[in-house]
Design a protein around this ligand. Sequence first.
Ligand SMILES: Nc1ncnc2c1ncn2[C@@H]1O[C@H](COP(=O)(O)OP(=O)(O)OP(=O)(O)O)[C@@H](O)[C@H]1O
Length: 323
Amino acid sequence: MASAHDTPAPVLQVSGLAYRVSPEFGLRDIAFDVDAGEGVAIIGSNGAGKTTLIRLVAGLLKPRAGEVRVCGTDARRWGRVSGHLGYVQQSKELPDGVTVEAYVRHQLRLHRAEPARLGELLALAELESCAGQSVRTLSGGSQRKLHIITAVAHRPDLLILDEPTAGLDAAARQTLLHMLAGLKKDGVAVLYASHHRQELEALADSVVVLHRGRQAKDASLEDIASSAGNPRLVLESHPDADPGPLQEWSEGLLLSHEGVQAVHPTRTGAAIELRDGEHPEALGEIVARAHAGGIRLRAAFYNRATLAEIVRTIAQHQGWGES
Ligand SMILES: Nc1ncnc2c1ncn2[C@@H]1O[C@H](COP(=O)(O)OP(=O)(O)OP(=O)(O)O)[C@@H](O)[C@H]1O
């Protein structure tokens, strides 16, 4: 017969967590679990409390109420749980005049990790060819990878990151997400604060949605997808042109283009909401039609709802409005 002992405790259990940042702002009643190998994204608009929650879980802040358990142990027993955690800060200064190899060796000692892991960790971050380079001269993406390999040097069960790809270009972001997905595959749970849908799509198995210090209860990735709405093509008219003709012309697309679901006027033009699905041709087609129709455009871009917009929609569904 199966018993409770057969199921390992979640890597992280957060319950009833509260923290007062200032008289105006606090986190309250936050609860979620993270299982081995699971990716959990903490999302919310600016100032929602994501970094505060990350810092609470990483043991840098002391909760006012509630509990954080790491692999079944109360996180207040820091000496027992710290070996299970790896933490990557949003920005961390690197020392001057230190090579990548020397830096990783030093971090291995600090984390009491096996010195022999050096080569394996450099390979994980594809930094072998940079071993002799000064850490300060690495690209932003490589510096971020360096922080990740040092955070996992001691083989933690949970890796905690605050906005892992913030400030990186598209290629570096892709590389980093690939590396983190690899760690997840190896069984490392990943908890991260995020503003990017790409990070969510690449790593998240579940989500913690924060809005002004409150958690949307039972919010799921399906809720995120359904709150995201349809993708949009945003057309802006030329600065010295009246946006009226563009808006009127866009309305006509409702009848003439089967991919168009709705048209919303904007201050400078129109947002054309597309039906659900992929639309590889729509932008080019619609811009070409506008040009042929004598519409002068300043800009045209494909736009999906941002995570902040999605969270606002979820908050409205929770009846929180803007308060
Ligand atoms: N040391 C502090 N003193 C006073 N207020 C603070 C302090 N640190 C954070 N805050 C406030 O607490 C709230 C939550 O901040 P936090 O950084 O956790 O939000 P966030 O969701 O990570 O935001 P962002 O997405 O902008 O990074 C914000 O209103 C912020 O202004």
